[in-house]
Design a protein around this ligand. Sequence first.
Ligand code: M6R
Length: 613
Amino acid sequence: MCGIVGYVGPQQAQNVVIEGLRRLEYRGYDSAGIAIVSDQAIQTRKKAGKLANLEAELVDSPISPSHTGIGHTRWATHGAPNDVNAHPHVSEDGTIAVIHNGIIENFAMLRDKLIAEGVTLRSQTDTEVVAHLLSKQMKSTPGLADALREVCQVLTGAFTLVVVHADTPDVVVAARRNSPLVVGRGDGENFLASDVAAFIAHTRNAIELGQDQIVEITPNSIEVTDFYGKPAEFTEYEVTWDAAAAEKGGFDLFMLKEIAEQPKAVADTLLGRIDKSGKVTLADLGLDDAFLKTIDKIIITACGTAYHSGLIAKYAIEHWTRIPCEVELASEFRYRDPILTPTTLVVAISQSGETMDTLMAMRYAREQGAKVLAICNSNGSTIPRESDAVIYTHAGPEIAVASTKAFLTQIVACYLFAMYLAQTRGTGYGKDAATVALELSDMPSMIDLVLDTTEGVKAIAKELIDKQSVLFLGRSVGFPVALEGALKLKELAYMHAEGFAAGELKHGPIALIEDGIPVFVVVPPQDDELHDKIVSNIQEVRARGALTIVLAEEGDESINEFSDHIIRLPKCPALMQPLVATVPLQIFSCEMATVKGYDVDQPRNLAKSVTVE
Ligand code: M6R
């Protein structure tokens, strides 16, 4: 987590850094800080809380103009989210400032050693040890990059470190291991950041850094080496979206904008990948047909919302390819000795491509000899870079912490892969390919229809504002939709919410039903074999006092007498229904959080990209 920005160039560093931090605040908002190099001195300002607090501090206590600066927005791991623990951290003599994303696992040992040597540490963070180690190292290794290289050798864990020194006003140095870092190549200026969003207003030319690399930027140079000083290769690419894509674009909230973008995001993810006959083309997939024909097991691994998309994908994958598919939380996966062979395909789904649990799970799978396919939204991020193959979702930047458009596009990308696999292996699915292609290509306009009728959902949120608990029920692909509805409500409205497979109700959860408890029920299409069963489930909870909010397709009148509220969905086949049924649940949570007065885009305790285990 944490957002990191570095800048060298002719502009006022403070402005560039603060603007970058604003775009990275989604990564953490426990505190923010800045260090600039000016007149052979380092000046820092840092403040607990959101970036606005730092901005106010900069008004009360301005720093000198400067052309070199670094900035940080924090999601706390070591040490409380207060002013002292906010980054940057400086060396005792005040000449070095350090910012950090990640966790230095051996910091306690390093801290104890420094204390034994007489160093006074001011904060409780793992980061501060780096400032002192660097200061010590520079006595024998004078160059900042060289000294950082030496220090990196003694650190374990995950880190992106960005450092400046008072004596080198036009230089910013960074190191990367297991945490994200991109370089922005400008014209007479250069940038460092956790994410291209930080510098997209200045340049679209980005450089992916590899594992265990050091980069030194000046206004006119970018030098990349490994931790041993050897020049390292890097990949340069052009960011395909522009600054406007990372702005609110007239919406009050990023989440509202991203919900509204879903029809386009789904259309963009399908674009050029499927034709009318149902033939799927995945140009950049990177897995050859011979391998695809040998796969005998698929394991999907992911976290949070991405995990829910995997749960949905399982139904399509098994149905169309007849290959057994397991779905596993990435945080559990590598701790249970999973059975992986060269004919296992592991699919790692991640919007950010930086989620540490998913990254560790996919690395583990590769070490065990399995091939890994990444389904990812962030070009050039670590997970796709380290995978054997990738399918990018084309959702565009997702800034709100609550994932919305990424979820729908992950489902679509998984479906495309399942279709491609079935096509390559020549399964019986082939006869349905053209129909499925048509159904999928209809989905953007179906999602549009749902977006046109959101007022009712918002009214329901207002009505339920005082409820303590909300339950969500679904079956088949509707079950992960229920889980996703509950997750959204928890993370945004801080309400107790649970998703259940409706068939499981009678095995325990029905005991939770009491007078007035709201229960959302995702009803499959009328021609689905589970339709009547879930209608019975609605009756069961209503008979026990539940307030039922039923999501059902247009024309399904069978639910009318058992529903307190009905949310209508456009008619579509069961496998496609998650793409429309999820949308009202997103809107419900967003509205609930809004009426409760919560910060929708930056909910408490969370960060968009979870780069720690
Ligand atoms: O970037 P990723 O897709 O790997 O992130 C996974 C989860 O952290 C993420 O989906 C999280 O659950 C969202 N905040 C949910 O809205």
